[in-house]
Write a protein that binds this ligand. Structure first.
Ligand SMILES: [Zn+2]
Length: 942
C-alpha cells in the first residue's frame, strides 16, 4: 500500500522539480510584482539582513485583492503598531470578499462574547470543494468505515489540512500580525512554491485564538508600552488579565475543554480533521520548532513521533539554508504530557506542533540578550544566534512567516504521504482496540456521585471518544456490571487517547529531564471514579446503547418530607447545592447514623421542615443529581449548622491565572463571592465584608505575594476609558501595583484575630506559614521533592475533622511543586481538646498528611519523615522524585490564629478544572466554616 502521486507531481519531472525548488528559494520574487515600497520598508524594519528570507522580503502586488498595507495603512511588522481585533477580522473578511481563494467562518465565541474566526485558504477549487475535502479527511479519520483500499482512492483526491493557531497567549503579539501577511501572500502570490501550496493543501488560520486577551493586550501596549524602547526598564508587559479567567493556562486545557478558546479549536478539529494543528508561540529565541525531548507519551504512534521530528528538521534545515541563524529544535518540553492546544491533534491521531519565536511582548524594536545556554552549537541547533542583538516585530514576523511557508511547502510536497500516515495512525489505534488489552472500560453509573460520573463521561464524549450505556447487566470474567453502566469499547479510532485518559500515567522515573508540566491527567483518578478495564472480549457482545449526546442524570427525592436527608457519599455538588438552598437551614451530621435501614455517614445533611423547602429540593435534586430521602422524625445525631458563609476570593494583581480556575468553578455553579483585590485587603475591615477568605494558588514567592507588581513606573490603572475600552475586565483598579503590602498583611492578621477564616492553597500557603500569619510551622530542611502535577496517596490524621467528610480515611490528592513543610513544632494545647471535633484529632493541627504511614505518638513534633514510605507506593498517577521526603508531612493544616483559623493546603485542590476529586477538601472547609471556627481558642492573654 503505497502513496499515489497526485497528477501534479506526476506532471512535474525530476529536473523540473529542481528548477522549481531553486526558483522558490533563490528567485522567489520572480513571479510576483512587488507592492511598491514593500521591500524597502521590510528591509528597514529588519534589524539584521540575516533575519530576512527572500520569501518574505517583499509583499506581492495585487490589483483586485487589498494587501494588509492597503487595509491597515502600514506594512505588517511596522514598529510600535499592533492590530485590533476589528482590524484583523475586518481584513480577513475583506480578503474573503475579494478573493475566491479565501473563506472566513466563525467557530466560537469567547467568555466575554467576542467572535473566534477561522480563515481557510486554498486555490479556488479547494475553497469551492471544501465540503468534499472535509468529507475526505473525515473518512480517513475513521478506519472502521474506510478500508485501506478505499483510503488510497480518497487520498488521491484529498488534501492535507494544515491548521495554524495564532494569538493564543495574548502577550505574544507577533502571530496575529504575521497571519495577515501570510494569508495575503498565500492568496495572491504566483510564486511557484505558493501556487503548489494552494493547489495541494488547505491552510486554516485561527488568527486570534483568544480574542479577549488580545484586545486587552493591544490596549495595554498603547497605554503603557508604546514608544518605550529600553527593554530593561519596561513596566509590566501585559495586563493582569487576558481572558476572563486564565492567561498562560489557556494552553493547558486540551483534556478539559473548559475554555471557549479550546472548544473552538475542537469544533474546527471535528469539522475539518486537519492533518496538523500548529501553535504559534513567542517565548524562545530566535525560532524553536517543538517536538520534545521525550520521554514521549506512550500512546503516541511511532509514525507521529518520527513525522514531527522530520518536519522540525526540515524547518531547521530550510531556514538555515536561507541564511537565517538561531533556528533549532528538540531541547524543549518532553511531549509526555499532551495538554496543550496542539495536543488536540496529537491526542486524535494527527500531528501537533508548535513554534516559539522570539517576541518582545512590545511591538517596539529593542536590544535583547539571551542566555549562554541558548547559544551553544548542538546537533539540534546547528547555527546558534548571537547572544545580544536588536530585535524587532518585523524580525519576529520574518522568522514565523518563513518557517510557516517552509512547512506548508513541505506539506504540499508530501501531501499524500501525510494523509496516508494520518489514516494509518487511526487504523493502528482502532486495530489495537480490537486485538489488544483491555477490550473496554466499564464505568458504573452510580458511584456515590452520579453527576461527577456523568461529567467525566461527557468529557470523554467531547473528545470524540465513543461511549455507550449498557442496556442490560454486563457479565464478563471481570465481574457483573449493572445495567446503565457506561462502556467505552476500545475498538474505535481514538482508542489510544481513550486509554491515555482512562489509565493512570507512569512518567519514567529514570527520564533524563524533569517534566515540563503536569504528568497526571487520568480522568478516573482525578474524578475519583472507578473505570474498570475489562480484558474479556465478551464485552463486545454486550448490548450497549451508544450515547449521542451529553448525559445529565437527575437526582431522586424519596418521599415528600417534612424532613429531608442527603447521604454524603462524596458528592462534589453538595457545595453548589448549599448555595442554591441558601435561604434554608441545613445541618450537617457529625456522627454516622442509621435510619430506615440506611446508613448515613458523618457529613450527611439534615434539613428540618421549612416553608417552600420541598420544591426547592426537587429543583436541586434534578439539577445536581443529588438524592434526598424524606424522614420523620428527624434523626437524633449530633449536628451543626452549615450556615452559608460570605465568601471572599482574594486575587492578587500580580498573578490572577491559577485563581481564575476557582472563579471559573464558582461562576459555573452560580456561587456568589466577593472579589477581593489587593486594595480591598489593604483597606481592611475585612470581617465586615466576608467570613471566609479563599486565597488560591499563585506563582509568586513570598516577596512577590507581599509586594506585588513593582510601582517603579508610578500607579498603573487597569480600567476602561474611551481610548482603552478593553481594560478593567473582569474587574478594574486605579492602581494594580504594590500588592498587599505590610498594610494588607496587617489587615489579614486582624481579620484572623477577630475570628475570620483564611484558606490558602498551594503556593499561597507561603503567605500564611512563611509570612507568619500562624506560628510554629517551618519549611522542611529537606526540600528537593519533585511532584510536577502528580496524584499522591494521602491519609486523614484527624478523621473526625469536617474536611474529611465524604472521603475514605486513605485517599489521594493532586500535587504540583510546592515547598515542603515540617509538622508544627508544638502541640496546640488549646486548639484541640478531644471533644472539640469529634473523633481522634491531631493536636498539631494536621488534618491530612502525605503518604499513608500513620504518625505515631512518639513522632517528634517537627520530626523527621517516614523512611519506610517508598515513593512508588505513594504515587497513584504520574511520577515523582523524592516523594518519600513528603511522607508523613502535612498536606492540610488547620491552625488557630487569634480567634480565627488558617486552613493551609500544601496542594491546589482546584487545578485547571482537572482534579475534581480534591474539590471536596476545599468545599468541606468552606461549608463547615462555622463549626471549624467555633472551636478556635481564645488567645491566652485575651
Ligand atoms: Zn505562548
Amino acid at each position: 500500500m503505497g502513496p499515489k502521486k497526485s497528477p501534479i507531481e506526476i506532471m512535474i519531472t525530476f529536473p523540473a522539480m529542481v528548477v522549481l525548488l531553486l526558483a522558490a528559494s533563490l528567485l522567489s520574487s520572480a513571479s510576483d510584482k512587488h507592492e511598491p515600497g514593500s521591500s524597502q520598508r521590510i528591509a528597514e524594519l529588519t534589524t539584521d539582513p540575516r533575519y530576512l528570507s527572500p520569501w518574505v522580503s517583499y509583499v506581492p502586488d495585487s490589483k483586485s485583492v487589498p494587501s494588509p498595507k492597503k487595509f491597515l495603512g502600514r506594512i505588517i511588522g511596522e514598529q510600535g503598531e499592533l492590530s485590533r481585533l476589528s482590524q484583523i477580522y475586518g481584513y480577513f473578511r475583506e480578503l474573503a470578499r475579494t478573493s475566491g481563494r479565501v473563506q472566513v467562518e466563525v467557530i466560537g465565541k469567547s467568555e466575554e462574547g467576542r467572535e473566534i474566526i477561522l480563515v481557510a485558504i486554498a486555490d479556488e477549487s479547494g475553497i469551492r470543494n471544501l465540503p468534499l475535502l472535509k468529507k475526505a479527511t473525515a473518512a480517513l479519520a475513521d478506519p472502521r468505515r474506510t478500508s485501506p483500499e478505499t483510503a488510497e482512492k480518497i487520498i488521491a483526491a484529498a488534501r492535507p489540512i494544515y491548521y495554524l493557531n495564532a494569538g493564543l497567549h495574548a502577550d505574544e503579539t507577533g502571530s496575529p500580525e504575521m497571519c495577515l501577511e501570510l494569508a495575503y501572500r498565500l492568496a495572491v502570490s504566483e510564486q511557484p512554491m505558493i501556487q503548489q501550496i494552494r493547489r495541494n493543501v488547505v491552510v486554516l488560520i485561527n488568527p486570534v485564538s483568544e480574542p479577549d486577551g488580545h484586545e486587552k493586550m493591544v490596549d495595554w501596549f498603547y497605554r503603557y508600552l508604546k514608544g518605550r524602547t529600553d527593554y530593561d526598564s519596561l513596566p509590566r508587559q501585559s495586563p493582569p488579565y487576558w481572558g476572563r479567567y486564565v492567561y498562560v493556562d489557556i494552553n493547558r486545557d486540551a483534556h478539559q475543554q473548559a475554555m471557549a478558546a479550546t472548544r473552538a479549536v475542537f469544533r474546527m478539529f471535528f469539522d475539518y480533521h486537519p492533518t496538523v494543528v500548529h501553535d504559534l508561540h513567542e517565548a524562545i529565541a530566535l525560532l524553536q520548532t517543538w517536538n520534545g525531548t521525550g520521554p514521549y507519551n506512550p500512546h503516541l504512534d511511532p509514525i507521529v513521533t518520527s513525522q514531527f521530528l522530520e518536519m522540525s528538521f526540515h524547518e531547521v534545515k530550510t531556514l538555515t539554508a536561507l541564511g537565517m541563524p538561531g533556528v533549532w529544535t528538540w531541547n524543549f518540553g518532553e511531549n509526555f504530557g499532551l495538554h496543550y492546544l496542539d495536543s488536540i491533534a496529537l491526542n486524535h491521531n494527527g500531528l501537533g506542533r508548535g513554534y516559539e519565536t522570539f517576541g518582545n511582548a512590545t511591538a517596539e524594536t529593542v536590544q535583547r540578550t539571551i542566555s549562554k545556554e541558548e547559544t551553544t552549537r548542538e546537533w539540534y541547533r546547528p547555527w546558534p544566534s548571537d547572544r545580544s542583538f536588536r530585535w524587532s516585530m518585523r524580525d519576529n514576523v520574518n522568522y514565523q512567516e518563513t518557517a510557516c511557508l517552509s512547512i506548508l511547502d513541505y506539506t504540499a510536497k508530501h501531501a499524500q504521504d501525510m494523509l496516508l500516515d494520518f489514516f494509518r495512525t487511526g487504523f493502528k489505534s482502532w486495530q489495537a482496540g480490537q486485538t489488544g488489552r483491555p477490550s473496554a472500560y466499564v464505568i458504573p453509573e452510580d458511584q456515590g456521585d452520579r453527576k461527577r460520573v456523568a461529567d467525566m463521561v461527557n468529557r470523554l464524549l467531547a473528545q470524540g471518544i465513543e461511549v455507550g450505556q449498557a442496556a442490560e447487566p454486563v457479565v464478563v470474567s471481570e465481574g457483573i456490571f449493572p445495567q446503565g453502566s457506561y462502556v467505552v469499547a476500545l475498538d474505535q479510532p481514538y482508542r489510544n487517547y481513550a486509554v491515555d485518559l482512562l489509565e493512570p500515567q507512569k512518567f519514567p522515573a529514570d527520564a533524563a529531564d524533569l517534566p515540563y508540566d503536569d504528568v497526571s491527567w487520568a480522568l478516573p483518578v482525578h474524578y475519583g471514579i472507578e473505570a474498570k478495564p475489562v480484558d474479556d472480549p465478551k464485552i463486545r457482545q454486550a448490548i450497549v446503547t451508544p450515547l449521542t449526546g451529553e448525559v445529565h442524570p437527575a437526582g431522586r427525592v424519596n418521599g415528600t418530607g417534612p424532613f429531608f436527608l442527603i447521604k454524603d457519599t462524596g458528592q462534589e455538588a453538595l457545595f453548589a447545592a448549599r448555595f442554591r438552598l441558601a435561604k434554608f437551614a441545613v445541618e450537617i451530621a457529625e456522627d454516622p447514623f442509621r435510619i430506615a435501614g440506611t446508613d448515613y455517614p458523618a457529613g450527611s445533611w439534615v434539613l428540618r421542615s421549612q416553608d417552600e423547602l420541598e420544591p426547592a429540593i426537587r429543583k436541586v435534586a434534578s439539577e445536581l443529581a443529588l438524592d434526598f430521602d424524606s424522614t420523620s422524625p428527624i434523626p437524633e445525631v449530633r449536628r451543626h449548622d452549615a450556615g452559608v458563609p460570605r465568601l471572599g476570593i482574594y486575587v492578587p494583581w500580580a498573578d490572577t491565572d491559577s485563581i481564575g480556575w476557582i472563579r471559573y468553578a464558582l461562576d459555573k455553579e452560580r456561587i456568589p463571592y466577593v472579589y477581593l483585590r489587593d486594595e480591598d485587603i489593604r483597606e481592611g475591615c475585612l470581617l465586615g465584608r466576608v467570613d471566609v477568605i479563599l486565597y488560591g494558588d499563585v506563582r509568586l514567592d513570598l516577596q512577590g505575594q507581599i509586594h506585588g507588581i513593582a510601582p517603579t513606573s508610578g500607579p498603573m490603572p487597569f480600567k476602561p476609558s474611551p481610548e482603552f475600552p478593553n481594560l478593567g475586565t473582569p474587574i478594574a483598579s486605579e492602581d494594580i501595583t504594590g500588592g498587599l503590602g505590610w498594610t494588607g498583611l496587617s489587615s489579614l492578621q486582624r481579620f484572623l484575630n477577630e475570628g475570620g477564616m483564611l484558606i490558602t492553597l498551594g503556593n499561597a500557603t507561603t503567605l500564611a506559614l512563611d509570612g507568619g500569619l500562624v506560628r510554629n510551622v517551618r519549611r522542611a530542611r529537606d526540600q528537593g521533592v519533585q511532584t510536577h502535577g502528580v496524584e499522591l496517596k494521602v491519609r486523614f490524621v484527624s478523621p473526625g475533622h469536617p474536611i474529611s467528610y465524604g472521603y475514605l480515611p486513605v485517599t489521594s490528592a493532586f500535587r504540583s511543586n510546592y515547598a515542603v513543610y515540617d509538622l508544627p513544632r508544638r502541640w496546640l494545647e488549646m486548639a484541640y481538646c478531644t471533644s472539640c471535633l469529634d473523633g481522634p484529632v491531631d493536636r498539631r493541627g494536621v488534618v491530612l498528611q502525605w503518604g499513608t504511614r500513620p504518625l505515631t505518638e512518639e513522632a517528634e513534633p517537627g520530626g523527621s519523615h517516614s523512611p519506610e514510605e517508598s515513593p512508588e507506593s505513594m504515587v497513584v498517577s504520574g511520577g515523582a522524585r523524592g516523594a518519600e521526603k513528603l511522607a508523613g508531612r502535612p498536606a492540610i493544616l488547620d491552625l488557630p490564629s487569634g480567634r480565627g483559623r488558617v486552613i493551609a493546603f500544601n496542594f491546589n485542590p482546584i487545578h485547571r478544572d482537572l482534579n475534581h476529586s480534591d474539590a471536596r477538601f476545599l468545599w468541606n472547609a468552606i461549608l463547615n466554616w462555622k463549626k471549624i471556627l467555633s472551636k478556635a481558642p481564645l488567645p491566652k492573654n485575651s
